[in-house]
Design a protein around this ligand. Structure first.
Ligand code: BEZ
Length: 257
C-alpha cells in the first residue's frame, strides 16, 4: 500500500465509546459482502477495525486501511493479527488485487469520488466486487441546514466549510459505470440514527463529525453555535430525551468488468 496521506486528528476513544453505531449498523452491509473463506478483501476506511475483524472471522485474508493514523494505530492495538495501513482513498495502490473492496460509512468524506473509484477499480481483480454504504443524497439534511443557516446568521460563509459528499444513486452509479463497473445493486434509504448520551448527543456528534464547520472559531463561539443549532433542531430531531440524526444511506454493489 502506498501514498500515505495527511494526518487527521480523530479522537479514537470518543469514536469507540460514543459512536459505536458506525460499525454496528455496518454489520448489515456484511451480508451484502458475503465474505467467503480463502478470499482476499480490502476494508477501505476501516476506522478502529471492528468490521475488519468480522470479515477476518469468515476465514478471509483481510487488510484494513484508513487515512487517519490514529485510527490505524488503534486498529493495530485492537486486532494485532490483521494488517492495517494508513492510505488515502483517492490515491491508494495495492501490490496484489483483491477479490472484494468493502467500505462502510466513509466515502461521504471523499469529495473526489472519481479518484476513489479509480483506486478501488485498480485494486480489484476482474470480476471482483465493490460493496459500500455511506451517506447518500439528503443525508443529515436537517443538521447541515441548521449548521449552515446558524453560521450564516453569524456572518460566516458556511457552504465552503461543508466537508461531505452525499450522492444520489444515479450520480454514483454513473461514476462507477464510467470507470468500468457493472452496478448490480443500489439503494437509498432513510436510517434515523439515535445518538448516545441523551441531551448532549447532538453536541457530541457535531464535535466529532462536523468540526470543519467550526474551524477558526473560539471555544465560546463554538458553544454558542452548537446551542443555536440544538435549538433549531430540537422540535424535529429530539425525541423523548434522545437526539435522532436524519441519516440517509446509499448502498451499492458493483462488479469490476
Ligand atoms: C454518515 O455516516 O452518514 C455521516 C457521518 C458523519 C458525518 C456525516 C455523515
Amino acid at each position: 500500500m502506498h501514498n500515505i496521506s495527511i494526518t487527521n486528528n480523530w479522537n479514537t476513544a470518543l469514536y469507540e465509546d460514543k459512536h459505536a453505531f458506525v460499525w454496528e449498523y455496518g454489520e448489515d452491509l456484511l451480508k451484502f459482502l458475503n465474505p467467503q473463506p480463502g478470499e482476499s478483501i480490502l476494508d477501505l476506511g476501516c476506522g478502529t477495525g471492528q468490521l475488519t475483524e468480522k470479515i477476518a472471522q469468515a476465514g478471509v485474508k483481510v487488510m484494513g486501511v484508513d487515512h487517519a493514523p490514529a485510527m490505524i494505530e488503534k486498529a493495530r492495538q485492537n486486532y494485532p493479527h490483521i494488517r492495517f495501513d494508513v492510505a488515502d482513498a483517492r490515491s491508494f495502490q495495492v501490490d496484489k488485487p483483491f477479490d472484494a473492496v468493502f467500505s462502510n460509512a466513509v466515502l461521504h468524506w471523499v469529495k473526489q469520488a472519481d479518484s476513489a473509484i479509480a483506486s478501488i477499480h485498480q485494486s480489484l481483480k476482474p470480476g471482483g466486487r465493490f460493496v459500500a454504504e455511506f451517506g447518500g443524497k439528503g443525508n443529515v439534511k436537517a443538521i447541515a441546514t441548521a449548521l449552515i443557516s446558524t453560521l450564516e446568521a453569524f456572518n460566516i460563509p458556511a457552504q465552503a466549510l461543508n466537508p461531505w459528499y452525499f450522492p444520489s444513486i444515479g450520480e454514483y452509479a454513473s461514476l462507477l459505470e464510467q470507470q468500468g463497473f457493472d452496478v448490480i445493486h443500489a439503494m437509498l434509504f432513510a436510517r434515523p440514527t439515535p445518538l448516545a448520551e441523551g441531551e448532549v448527543g447532538m453536541a457530541n456528534w457535531i464535535q466529532m463529525f462536523a468540526s470543519s464547520f467550526l474551524t477558526g472559531l473560539s471555544n465560546d463561539q463554538q458553544i454558542q453555535i452548537i446551542r443555536a443549532v440544538e435549538e433549531y433542531l430540537k422540535p424535529t430531531l429530539y425525541q423523548q430525551g434522545t437526539w435522532v440524526a436524519d441519516y440517509r444511506r446509499i448502498r451499492i454493489v458493483a462488479i469490476k468488468l
